[in-house]
Design a binder for this molecule. Sequence first.
Ligand code: LLP
Length: 426
Amino acid sequence: MFGRKEHLGIRGGHLFVEGVDATALAEQYDTPLYVTSEAKLRKNIRGYHRAFPHAEKYFAVKANGNLSILRIMAQEGMGADVFSAGELALASLAGIPKERILFNGNSKRDDELEMALDAGVRISVDSPEELDVLSSLAKSRGQKAKVLFRVNPDVSVKTHPKIATGLKTSKFGIPAASVASVFRRAIETEGVEPVGLHCHIGSQILEISPFVEAASKMMDLAAEVVACGCKIEVLDLGGGLGVQYHPESPAPVPADLAAGILPVIEKRAREIGISPQLILEPGRSIVAESTILLTRVNVVKEAHVSFVGVDAGFNVLARPMLYDSYHHIVVANKADAPATGKYTVVGPICETGDVLARDRALPEIQRGDILAVLDAGAYGFSMASHYNGQPRPAEVLVSEDETEPIRTREGFSALLACQRIPARLL
Ligand code: LLP
């Protein structure tokens, strides 16, 4: 019924996450509520380990920064791709060792670079200017930073244009044509030690061929760099593997990715005479399916279409608003009832674009029903905001029949936390 989402099931007409009734969770913890299956999370991680036994896997913390989820990553031997000092702090707090953290970013502040130097993690350098800044910071601290270079490989992918990152026109990385010369210059630069190349071509990619193209281009670049007398110890191909959001858009699995890219990398590595450590940075394909978002129906309104007003808008799940993305919806308390009509599910935010789902065939909906928005574990809570004065929701972790809170619901104090009123306004 739920395809590869084996952690979801239906019992007595209710949606279950592992052994727990989602409708009961909505009662107990209130809504909106993110609910994560620990079993699915661990299963997805292990799928990557099986497909890539020799590669390091660095979870992309931007996809989900919950500390308990990062703890599970650490326990399962995942490293972390961090894109800010805040994400570095989260990954370190979760116990991910510094040897398995890569500090990424296309526009890093000095204090972020200093924090990365303090932590002793490797840094992916996005521009020649950043190399110079990092060199002088590291030199002044008597350090030598291990760096990778973020390459813009100029690979086009079929995904939403806002999340394609390896196009020639995208803001990320150093154009492929100048990578070898920047690498060579880095060899002579004090305070840095160039160790490898990095790319990331985009997100929610459902075909393997662009990954193969990127791997092949990166190996060509590795050959160029090696021909200049430099060493390539690390090759990081980023994340991007898509998931099945829509019942009719199947997604490849890590084993498909491995079957596509490993032969290319291994063959070219032999030819060039190198054996780099392969790194992958999966985010979505690890966490998306592990989590549902529960939201309660406040109102059903017959208008131009049948609108269902729920308590989660783009303040809670921004993806539909930002990328027109599809998230499947199940009525948690009527999970096996037949569809009787078409509904457009909208949030409580004061914008017309606050639409979670359009024209969905669902059973008859009433006020109080609980909708489950599937595949909400990646870029869900991590992109939530306080817009419209909305405190952010709670998160819970399900393990078999047990449920534990992993983030409490914010109160209004969260809206006030950093606000100050100058005395003259009092
Ligand atoms: N590595 C780097 C350098 C990245 O920029 C990203 C994602 C990843 C790894 C992880 O990619 P994944 O495996 O999750 O596709 N908010 C958007 C997605 C933005 C992705 C940004 N970079 C969304 O909700 O679809």
